[in-house]
Design a protein around this ligand. Sequence first.
Ligand code: PLP
Length: 440
Amino acid sequence: MKRSYLIKPVLDDVYPVIDYGKGVYLFDMDGKKYLDAASGAVTANIGHGEPEIIEAMNQQARRVSFVYRSQFTSEAAESLAKKIADMTPGDLNWSFFVNSGSEATETAMKIAIQYWQEKGIQTKTKVLSRWVSYHGITLGALSMSGHTGRRARFVPLLEDFPVINPPYCYRCPYQLEAPSCQYACARELETAIQRIGADKIAAFIAEPVIGAAGGAIAPPEDYFKVIKQICDTHEILFIADEVMTGSGRTGEMLACTHWEITPDIVTLGKGMGAGYAPIAAAVASEKVMEPILAGTKQVMSGHTLSANPQSCAIALAVLEYIEKNKIMSQVESKGVYFKQQLEKMQSQFEFIGDIRGKGLMLGIEFVADRGTKKPYPRQALITQKMVALAKEKGLIVYPAGSGIDGVNGDSIMIAPPLTITEKEIDELIALLNETFTAFA
Ligand code: PLP
């Protein structure tokens, strides 16, 4: 008989086989229960096995699962585009549906370049970005990603897009503090633009809260105002990569809303389908679409499964569920409660250096010395050890940071389903405490 293998992330690791999920819990085939404090990869925003979503899934499957977007549209895709326009600020009215966050950021990149071309400017083709960032694994998205670990093998294939430092206040490269720093890290963008030439730059992309590459690094208050102002001054589009932060993760449909910024293009993914379907989107403003509508009338991108009716119906049901149950309005208070509990733990465990984040996207950075903020040596693999210890205890946390770039330390993210109850938060904290006790 022919042998068969599933290529798993670490080929010689043993992965538990999950039998089913319910709410914030996952259960494996041996009956072990896991509290999913990471929503998988910050994705299962409304928890597992929600009957309303399963019903929407079935209803759409009974109608039609697939139509090809260059031949037909569907009620599900049209309604989802409308729902996103209604839920996002400003005139972010145009949705392009794809299947993953990487495709969404690449689509955003292409729309930005096309915008300038349709206006008769052919030279604006670069998309600038920051170090300590992650915009996806496909080559265009990886080009924009300031994640040295994920770039390393493919550098010859990548454009060198990251140009500035992130707003990583815990390890500020200038050793300054906001707001008296006057957002020196944001102002680096000005310098980079002058060096490269605004006539070559289509857009600047950033995650409102840095996720996978940094562990929930939220910017200081006026950071994005400064960034947006620099972009506007130099006629550079601002793309907010809200694949992780969007769809309610920080308590708003878009995290940018916290800082009163409306991007020219935004990307959504992960929580948009909440893990019930592979779906993501690049959402463009009227300003961006205007020259395209007046010109070629076609966005030069697309995948076979773009705007798949099945995925669209599911994402629509997810966003309606979030709205109907007023889930976003509870995120802030849950996040505050979480942070308080984590801060209590900080006094107990010396290796907790920083606690940060926004809403229910929280980060914990581990340090060898809290006073000096000295990180653990890279080869100590602290993030991996912490994630493995937690898993042993039945707690899933998200590995982030892991000393990439040699600047940031080891960190994990806590980003449970937004539907988590206070009792479940307490259970999560107890499991985290057990994990840290075992580590200490
Ligand atoms: N953008 C951000 C901010 C992300 O966090 C991720 C994934 O972690 C992506 C893009 C890529 O999304 P995907 O893994 O769905 O391709």
